[in-house]
Design a binder for this molecule. Sequence first.
Ligand code: AMP
Length: 293
Amino acid sequence: MRVVRTRAELREARAQLPGPIGFVPTMGALHDGHAALARRARDECTAVVVSVFVNPTQFGPNEDFKRYPRDESADLALLEALGADVAFLPAVEEIYPGGASTFVDVGPIGELLEGAARPGHFRGVATVVTVLFELVQPQRAYFGQKDGQQSVIVRKLVRDLGMPVEIVVVPTVREPDGLALSSRNRYLTPDERAQAPVLYQALSAAQAALAEGQQSADELRRVMRGLVAQAPLGVADYVSVANAETLHELDVVDRPALASLAVRFPSARLIDCLPLAGPAGADRIELAHRRSG
Ligand code: AMP
């Protein structure tokens, strides 16, 4: 595995890779969720490039950019073991050279849900993804279902700008109790960790209610809020049952939908989501797989 840090080194390494190239953008502090993306890229592509970059433009002024977990040596050991060909670990100045002032604005979809709670977040995501795609020039790029809105927005970004990249969305990897793996889980106190599975419990309850015929989105949101209320340390930021493509809130779940929520615990804000039609089954298979493994 080659470890590169500059645009020039990346270009040089990239030129020697046989295609198709699979790209996995990450912010590091890598875990099994990231590993699932890299493994899928390894299976489907000839060469795999993984970036580790804590992107300052997607953090708000009062967010955790400075204390976001960073563990370069552990990340590199994992990427080596996963068979990545190139690890790209740029400094901030490498991605945003002095004076950089150009941003990619995804429009109103970036102001819903996570975007409402984190103004400017998706502008930062779209900008860094655009810069990274331009540098890596992958044929395929791998994103996690866990960040459901991000996947929807990145798909839209490549469609809107005509980027020749196929976006592959990989099912969420979970702990045995349902908590989605996240670099931010390490912030949680033991009491918060014990209550954190409430996100997945709420999503599963909505999925079960829908399966039993409850198509009222209001009712599904009420079911989810009821579950979150059972976690005394958690406060729901938003609870959503939305059109899976536009992310507009639904009245009736009569088309592919995305159930999602954000819950603030004192030490960390957690998000999770579940497709309510379509690949929901795949998410459960992943959980069953982790349970048996
Ligand atoms: P991050 O490092 O948090 O920016 O995540 C990098 C990529 O890994 C994103 O596409 C995430 O959606 C994905 N990811 C993070 N956690 C998980 C998980 N538990 N399961 C699957 N993908 C994940």
